[in-house]
Design a protein around this ligand. Structure first.
Ligand code: SF4
Length: 395
């Protein structure tokens, strides 16, 4: 509902019924959303207006509901249209609280740099987990902070440890980091910018049994570095463990990537538009969604439920910077610091008072007044970076 506009969505057969500017239909839909009325809208068929009759016909024909007699012996079956989740967020003293029930990705930025490549992509960490820029000087996250904070998570099957930074090969404790990771029974993903790293580290990381590698190919120089490492026998053997993320800022760069991709390998390939502060037109033409795109997304019931409560993109992620500051999202303020807080405390804090994991379109303007707010994909990092929440042509 938005004002007198209403949308009824059948998540089983993906039928969308949309009604604009009808107070009469909005009144019926409001009743259907209200637990106080038992999620039912009483109608008198004999005296119903033709608009209501048409609505009933649409609902019946799309298998989205039905009419039943109100007689006592005919009490209708009520399907609750909204989820209730027990113990969410968990109370502060929840006895069986365990951080790994909520965490999906724990990302450590092992180093941050101020060199040329990082400064060209200085907002990359805020948009995707890569290329961490530090305007002051080169800095590193001490190894013991990494292992002290995550050793209790060892063996958590749903959790991925991410290691990122400006250039992992420059990390002074890279050898100890790699051998320590071997002992952690966790899935690990390394985020490596190209061309900014020593190619030899890649072959060592690929040998880790539990690892995946995400390469971020930047302009200029990323392609030639990629061509070089793609010749390595170790790389050829392990291509299926590699994601190629091409970071593009313009149509020209997109065309260059398309040209380069003519010889596909077994890697997974992603194109990541990068917002650099000056390419809003590129985003408007290539990233923004139209109303038609949004209606064609046809989310399933689980997505509809989760989008009304949490942000599926941002949920379960925690980021640690080189100074130990911990963030549920790098576009929001720090939750705390590893020197003072355990990972469990940080997860609890985000669940109970954080801004990121539960950030839905119901909370931001103009989406909160839009009929498509639950249809739309969750708020993205791009929107957080720009501070604008409608990458669309709807409102
Ligand atoms: S205004 Fe917000 S909710 Fe509405 S279509 Fe645009 S992005 Fe989606």
């Amino acid at each position: 509902m938005a004002g007198n506009d209403s949308l009824i969505y059948n998540s089983l057969n993906h039928t969308i019924l949309e009604y604009r500017d009808s107070a009469m239909i909005a009144g019926v839909v409001r009743n259907l959303e209200d637990s106080g009325t038992g999620f039912l809208a009483p109608v008198d068929l004999l005296s119903s207006d033709k608009i209501i009759r048409a609505l009933i016909s649409d609902i019946k024909c799309s298998f989205s509901g039905d009419i039943v007699s109100c007689r006592e012996e005919n009490k209708p079956l009520i399907t609750r249209p909204k989820p209730i989740i027990k113990n969410y967020p968990p109370p502060k003293d929840f006895p069986s609280f365990s951080a790994d029930d909520y965490l999906r990705n724990l990302c450590f930025f092992v180093n941050q740099d101020k060199h040329q490549l990082c400064s060209e992509y200085r907002y990359a960490a805020q948009q995707f987990s890569c290329l961490s820029y530090n305007p002051l000087e080169y800095s590193e996250l001490p190894l013991e902070k990494i292992f002290n904070s995550c050793s209790f998570l060892s063996g958590s099957s749903g959790l991925v440890l991410d290691f990122s930074g400006s250039d992992l090969s420059r990390y002074s404790q890279a050898d100890s980091l790699i051998s320590g990771i071997r002992k952690l029974m966790l899935k690990v993903n390394f985020h490596l910018p190209l061309p900014c790293h020593d190619p030899s580290i890649l072959s060592r990381l690929l040998k880790l049994g539990n690892s995946r590698i995400s390469l971020y190919i930047t302009f200029p120089g990323g392609f030639s570095a990629l061509q070089e490492i793609r010749q390595q026998p170790g790389y050829i053997k392990k291509q299926k463990k590699i994601d190629l993320n091409f970071i593009i800022r313009s149509l020209k760069e997109y065309k260059e990537v398309s040209e380069q991709l003519k010889e596909p390998g077994d890697e997974k390939v992603f194109l990541l538009p990068y917002y650099d502060g000056n390419n809003r037109d590129f985003f408007r033409d290539n990233v923004y969604l139209s109303g038609e795109d949004i209606l064609n997304l046809k989310p399933n019931q689980q997505q509809i439920f989760s989008r009304s409560l949490i942000n599926e993109h941002l949920y379960g992620r925690m980021f640690i910077k080189t100074n130990g500051d911990a963030f549920a999202n790098l576009n929001h303020e720090a939750l705390g610091n590893l020197d003072e807080n355990s990972i469990s405390e940080l997860v609890k804090k985000e669940l109970n008072s954080g801004k990121s994991w539960n950030l839905t379109r119901m909370q931001v303007k103009p989406c909160m007044d839009c009929l498509y707010r639950i249809f739309c994909p969750p708020i993205s990092n791009y929107e957080l970076v720009t501070g604008e929440y409608n990458f669309c042509d709807v409102l």
